[in-house]
Design a protein around this ligand. Structure first.
Ligand SMILES: *Cc1c(COP(=O)(O)O)cnc(C)c1O
Length: 396
């Protein structure tokens, strides 16, 4: 029996081994050391930001960025409803309230026109908006050419959740560099990993220094332990920073492999009616995950049926994020919706996208998809009126 094919497993090898071994042998096993500083420098340079703080997770980075911008009880932070829960959780950690905004159907990224209207209405209600947190969905940068002017006009800071997007570019700028602060994740399933980790990026020296200070228990610069406010233990260890430096050296190759994989999926689905790829018009995306969107009326099958078929062959897939406004933990939060995120949740499927997939695994996945498609094309189309489908994703 072949090994299961996972959605996006870590891609590590001899280079990573040698870096981690170096960190261990150097004696810098404690959470400070030369690899941390070097990793920060290298990522900042790669993204084109003046400053970087290596952290224990991307979530920690989002939390600290919001704190540094002064987010707290009584404030509102605008978050895309289509995201991983960490974006919205970070808002709650500060005591501020998330307000959710829907996405563009083509990319799954924050809808700039809707954001404009929401910020206008929040201002009319006299709410203080501490930040807007666009997310670079599955590695494709949000539309900053439209989002940044909207936020500038409303005088609201942008925290870019680039957790999924290291290595992506848009309009000549790198993911992570668009906001007052940007946050990367090096969790085990991301484009590159430190097993767990993250990084905060910014051109603002003061903001970065504040985050660094909060990440080390808010310790005052005196010889004894002096604390004037509550801090956090959010720093990345030197051993994990060593792993990150090795991964960073391989980042371009890993992005290339994911893009090649996306191309093969695109080719396979090009001739399949009712199936499109999310954000397929973005050549700068790192292709962290390839996502198909299946219109069940046109295709005659649902994304979940393909997921079940692949699952039976031990091929892992995953639905698109369940929108935050549907999550019980955020029941009652404000939301500006069009239904786009709910439709992507109903009709979307993330396919295996890991850069370490062998050619045999790739062929296995593509062949099993082909089996599924040819079995479907022999069946009659679904005998359900289109109007019922148009409504179906709205109910949960
Ligand atoms: C992974 C992820 C995070 C959180 O990063 P961690 O390093 O796992 O804390 C935040 N936002 C998005 C969109 C993510 O995909």
């Amino acid at each position: 029996m072949t090994d299961p094919v996972l959605l996006s497993p870590p891609d590590v090898g001899p280079l990573e081994e040698s870096y981690v071994l170096d960190a261990l042998r150097s004696g810098w096993v404690a959470p400070v050391g030369p690899h941390v500083a070097a990793f920060e420098r290298e990522v900042a340079q790669r993204v084109g930001c003046g400053h970087a703080v290596a952290l224990a997770s991307g979530t920690a980075g989002l939390h600290l960025a919001l704190l540094a911008l002064g987010a707290g009880p009584g404030d509102v932070v605008v978050v895309p409803t289509l995201t991983f829960v960490a974006t919205a959780n970070a808002v709650r950690y500060t005591g501020a309230e998330p307000v959710f905004v829907d996405c563009e159907p083509t990319t799954g990224n924050l809808d700039p026109a809707l954001l404009h209207d929401l910020l206008r209405d929040l201002r009319r209600q006299g709410r203080r908006v501490a930040a807007v947190m666009p997310v670079d969905m599955f590695g494709a940068c949000a539309d900053y050419a439209r989002i940044l002017p909207v936020c500038a006009e409303a005088e609201v800071a942008v925290v870019e959740d680039a957790a999924e997007a290291l290595g992506s570019v848009r309009d000549g700028r790198a993911a992570g560099s668009f906001g007052r602060a940007g946050v990367l994740s090096f969790n085990g399933n991301k484009i590159m990993t430190t097993s767990g980790g993250g990084m905060l990026l910014s051109d603002d020296a003061e903001l970065t220094a504040r985050c660094r200070y909060l990440s080390t228990q808010a310790r005052q610069p005196v010889p004894y332990y002096e604390h004037t406010e509550v801090g956090f233990n959010y720093r990345l260890s030197n051993v994990l920073a060593a792993l990150g430096r090795a991964q960073l050296r391989r980042l371009d190759d890993m992005v290339t492999r994911r893009r090649q994989l996306r191309e093969r999926y695109a080719k396979l689905f090009a001739a399949v009616p009712g199936v499109r790829l999310l954000a397929d018009q973005d050549p700068g995306a790192n292709c962290w995950l390839t996502t198909i969107i299946v219109d069940p009326v046109v295709a005659g099958w649902r994304a979940g049926e393909l997921a079940a078929h692949l699952g039976a062959h031990r091929i892992e897939t995953r639905p698109v994020w369940k929108p935050m406004h549907l999550q019980p933990v955020f029941a009652g939060a404000g939301a500006r919706l069009t239904g786009a995120a709910e439709r992507l949740f109903a009709d979307g499927l993330n396919l295996p996208s890991g850069s370490a997939m062998s050619e045999g695994q790739v062929v296995h996945v593509l062949d099993r998809i082909e089996d599924f498609l040819s079995a479907r094309s022999e069946r009659l189309p679904l005998l359900i009126e289109p109007e019922r489908f148009a409504q179906a994703p709205e109910k949960h």
